[in-house]
Design a protein around this ligand. Structure first.
Ligand code: NAD
Ligand code: DAU
Length: 359
């Protein structure tokens, strides 16, 4: 059995990866997670039910802890998801992003390098460090620009994107300088089960279920390229199995949509799945102030991973969105438990009174 040390496995994508890895028998997992606000206790509880799973609460930047875990667990791969990941929060508190995404990744790399260097030859050959990054490092596209490729120059615009770009450069440098067998993936917007309800799709589902306003930034015409989370996780497994060391792979759903269209589609789906007397979900849509520095358009050219590694998404936006909505409808206890005092405080800080008043 392969042994994966997963960082940030209590978050959205990490938890989906760990669940798939354990249910599909990809290997055993040690999950190292700091349990920030983005790590839902009920998600951790779900993971605890799975076989071949261990959990340690801790920080990727804590070098003695990481050293101990590497020595005791002896992983064949480190899958590095842990990050501060919400652009809006990075605008409010950039230091947290620099600490975890840049310093934390730097500390992790240093310990992983030391561990990898003392592995026996076969294990050293087999070892991989997979760094999970984002399309946001490439900046913003104009309406007619071609989608981001692996050789698109970096132009990060938010503190989040800049911190992820810095971590990508560190990973690249550890491969180039020390030969550490790294692979980096840059993925577009994910959606699916277990996503904390502060990102667009789960926020809109939770607000709609509560009959509360659906806040759209600016004119709602910013475009994102959507990918169902399990497709992302399977792409990462493929990169681990077949990817060429030192390479980067862009991952995307070939599914560009303006935000307003995403939210309208969601409203129409809820209208079918959960009709309520006197509630037209679309009427909850409320335009609010734009995000500062809001990137206009992201789009991924995923030709490389498709051609070289044979990966492509299984879900369409329509099938993935329906699965997502069905999951949130079936897990309203998870949604309720996410509504902590901290969560409400974030909504008030960020949106003011907009979210609590019926439009
Ligand atoms: P998330 O915010 O849902 O989860 C992050 C997890 O990391 C949480 O469980 C949190 O507790 C943990 N964490 C944070 N700081 C930590 C630290 N210092 N040490 C250990 N654990 C820590 O994030 P996500 O959406 O699952 O994203 C996972 C990764 O994928 C991130 O690196 C992100 O940049 C990248 N990514 C996300 C998307 C997306 O659409 N969500 C798209 C592309 C890439
Ligand atoms: O592109 C990949 C990135 O996707 C990941 O690297 C990030 O970790 C992830 O958070 C996501 O970033 P975005 O900023 O694109 O995601 P978010 O869900 O915050 O917003 C998606 C779009 O919806 C964006 O254009 C902003 C808009 N939006 C978002 C919120 C929360 C709104 O219009 N209203 C909202 O309330």
């Amino acid at each position: 059995m392969m042994k994966f040390l997963v960082t940030g496995g209590g978050g959205f994508i990490g938890a989906n990866f760990v669940r798939l890895a354990l249910t599909e028998g990809w290997g055993t997992v040690l999950n190292l997670d700091k349990v920030t606000y983005a790590c839902h206790p009920a998600t951790l509880a779900m993971l605890e039910q799975l076989p071949n799973y261990q959990f340690v609460r801790g920080d990727v930047g804590d070098r003695p802890l990481v050293q101990d875990l590497l020595q005791s667990f002896q992983p064949d791969a480190v899958i590095h998801f842990a990050a501060e990941s919400h652009v809006d929060r990075s605008i409010n508190s950039p230091q947290d992003f620099i600490q975890t995404n840049v310093v934390g990744t730097a500390n992790l790399l240093e310990e992983v390098k030391t561990y990898w260097q003392q592995l026996p030859p076969g294990a050293q050959e087999r070892f991989r460090f997979i760094h999970i990054s984002t399309d946001e490092v490439y900046g913003s596209l104009g309406p007619e620009d071609p989608p981001f490729r692996e050789d698109t120059p970096y132009a990060p615009n938010s503190p989040y994107a800049a911190s992820k770009a810095a971590s990508d450069h560190l990973v690249r440098a550890y491969h180039h300088t020390y030969g550490l067998p790294t692979l980096t993936t840059n993925c577009s917007n994910n959606y699916g089960p277990y996503q904390f309800p502060e990102k667009l799709i789960p926020l809109m589902i939770c607000q709609a279920l509560a009959g509360q306003p659906l806040p759209i930034y600016g004119d709602g015409q910013n475009v994102r390229d959507w990918l169902y989370v399990e497709d992302h996780c399977r792409a990462l497994y493929t990169v681990w199995q077949k990817g060429q060391v030192g390479q980067t792979y862009n991952i995307g759903g070939n599914c560009e949509k303006p935000n307003l269209e995403v939210v309208q589609t969601l409203c129409d789906l809820l209208q079918t799945l959960l009709p309520r007397p006197h509630l037209n979900y679309r009427s909850l849509i409320t335009f609010v102030s734009d995000r500062p520095g809001h990137d206009r358009r992201y789009a991924i050219d995923a030709t490389k991973i498709q051609r070289e590694l044979g990966w492509q998404p299984r879900e369409t936006f329509s099938s993935g969105l329906e699965k997502t909505v069905q999951w949130y409808l079936a897990h309203q206890d998870w949604v309720e438990a996410a509504r902590t005092a901290d969560y409400s405080a974030w909504l008030v800080t960020h949106y003011g009174s907009v979210l609590t008043h019926r439009p």
